[in-house]
Design a protein around this ligand. Structure first.
Ligand code: SPV
Ligand code: MG
Length: 518
């Protein structure tokens, strides 16, 4: 079936045809020029490229006379193979060609010269399946059956994969005569534009392999476009034509917009991806000289600042839009692809105030993390997978944790129940209280400095921060105060118990451990 651009080629394929005829008449007409090689072969090549990209069925190109001699034919065949074209048909006339339905007695190419052109094409194809169809113009030129047969044999001898026997009679007589004499040495192609009254089955019975419906999409579209243009001009309105024409959304379908949508979800950063707020305002006094020029999150551990490892973990878990709250030596926090907000009062405020500096970023699913922690990646994955509005990772093996400094501040957690190793116990655990000074018998674990909020959890946290700002407690409050407050207010803060395997970096010994941890 004929097509003349990417759109018509798509329509041919979606209709169910097995192949496309890239008609020279139609392509030239669609370009607004005559079928006399006015469009150069490379201009045609561009059209073909769109057609090939738009479809997956074979395209047989109307190659006119091959755009010159054997050498031009070689160039064309090589390019067509590169562009994924299945086949070319060339006709044994002279360049520049004239359409077969114009005039009488068109001059034919020298038979041997044309056979050489076919051979050159076959010798230069880089795709072993590429086919060359030799088109016989003997009947068109009024030269009769014997000339047609002689040439057909010569072209088959030269390597043609098929012959196209063309006729402009209103009956199929010439074609049927040819079929009776032809020994089916190579398959026969016909173009029944003029003798369309003959039933296709008669061609089948006569041994014809392929019929080309050569220009009917172009002609149908000319009719439709003329009617539509005339009606809109006449009626000065779209109302009349609207019910009869393709909808814009059908055009989008034809253009494959659905595929683009899918690709966007695969390749574009998702708007729904979780964000993160990393609290990194504090110096880390116990690290002494190491934090003279940088906050502790920027201390190097095995060739990378701690914060870089953390952002790497967050990104690996699918977190986008990481906001780091800076304070001490803020200019030292200069990692790529993070956003920063500053808590310029870091020296006198607590973590809740730092978090509140990023309150605008606590939107949608959000991870909250301390900037100096190291943990197993799967803890983060588990937090992100959890079906909870607020969930905090709590170390159930807190008693086993080595804490050297006598004055170490630890984020103790009291939960609805202690950690249970029982496989069958999957009852959710909730947070009751978080504090640095819980009695040992109240402690069920230690917060590792990692939490995740759903969109609703983010709203709860924003509300709690605003409430703390309003009652004056925000300035000195910790994140422990924040989560305790939310739990006290009756909202569920879920606990994910984890078995150790995390650390924060408070002093020089921690740094050595951090190197080992990694
Ligand atoms: C074409 O479609 O361009 C053809 C077929 O070559 S015909 O117009 O019948 O010559
Ligand atoms: Mg043509």
């Amino acid at each position: 079936m004929e097509a003349h651009n990417g759109l018509s080629a798509k329509i041919v394929e979606e209709t169910g045809f097995k192949g496309i005829w890239a008609s020279g008449l139609s392509m030239s007409a669609a370009l607004g020029v005559r079928d006399n090689n006015e469009a150069s072969w490379t201009q045609i090549l561009e059209v073909l490229e769109f057609m090939a990209d738009a479809t997956s069925i074979p395209i047989l190109v109307d190659g006119d006379t091959g755009w010159g001699n054997f050498n031009n034919m070689r160039c064309a065949v090589t390019k067509f193979c590169q562009r994924g074209i299945a086949a070319i048909c060339i006709e044994d006339k002279l360049f520049p060609k004239t359409n077969s339905f114009i005039g009488e007695g068109q001059p034919l190419a020298d038979m041997n010269e044309f056979a050489g052109k076919i051979k050159a094409g076959k010798d230069s194809q880089t795709d072993p399946d590429f086919s060359i169809v030799a088109r016989l113009e003997a009947f068109i030129a009024g030269r009769g059956l014997n000339e047609a047969l002689d040439r057909a044999h010569a072209y088959a001898e030269a390597g043609a994969d098929a012959v196209l026997c063309h006729s402009k009679l209103a009956t199929a007589d010439e074609i049927m005569d040819f079929m009776r004499q032809w020994d089916n040495r190579v398959p026969v192609v016909i173009v029944p534009t003029k003798y369309y009254a003959t039933p296709t089955d008669e061609f089948r019975k006569a041994g014809v392999s392929l019929a080309i419906w050569a220009n009917h999409n172009l002609r149908a579209s000319i009719t439709a476009m003329r009617e539509t243009s005339a009606r809109i001009l006449r009626e000065e309105s779209l109302a009349g034509v609207e019910p009869n024409i393709t909808t814009v959304s059908e055009i989008f379908d034809l253009q494959g917009n659905a595929e683009l949508k899918q690709a966007e979800s695969r390749y574009l950063p998702s708007q729904d991806a979780p964000g993160a707020v990393v609290l990194a305002a504090s110096r880390g006094e116990a690290l002494g000289e190491l934090t003279a020029d940088r906050p502790k999150c920027m201390i190097d551990v095995r060739g990378q600042p701690l914060l870089r490892r953390l952002t790497g973990s967050l990104k690996a878990a699918g977190v986008r839009n990481i906001t780091v709250v800076r304070g001490y030596k803020k200019d030292a926090i200069n990692l790529p692809s993070i956003d920063v907000v500053d808590n310029d009062f870091f020296a006198t405020t607590g973590e809740a105030a730092s978090l509140a500096c990023a309150i605008e970023r606590i939107q949608g699913e959000t991870v909250i993390a301390y900037g100096d922690i190291l943990f197993r990646q799967y803890y983060l994955d588990q937090l992100l997978e959890a079906d909870a509005d607020i969930i905090v990772a709590v170390d159930a093996l807190w008693e086993a944790r080595q804490v050297r400094a006598a004055d170490a501040v630890r984020d103790f957690v009291q939960c609805s129940k202690p950690f249970s190793g029982d496989y069958l116990d999957d009852e959710p655990v909730t947070l009751q209280r978080m504090a640095n000074d819980l009695d040992a018998q109240q402690v069920h674990g230690e917060w590792i400095g990692l939490a995740r909020l759903s969109a609703k959890g983010a709203e709860l946290v924003r509300d709690a921060l605003e409430a703390m700002r309003a009652d004056g407690s925000l300035h000195t409050a910790s994140t422990l105060d924040l989560f305790s407050r939310i739990a006290d207010a009756g909202h569920q803060v879920r606990v994910l118990y984890v078995p150790g395997q995390w650390m924060d970096v408070d002093d020089a010994t921690d740094l050595i451990d951090a190197g080992r941890f990694l």
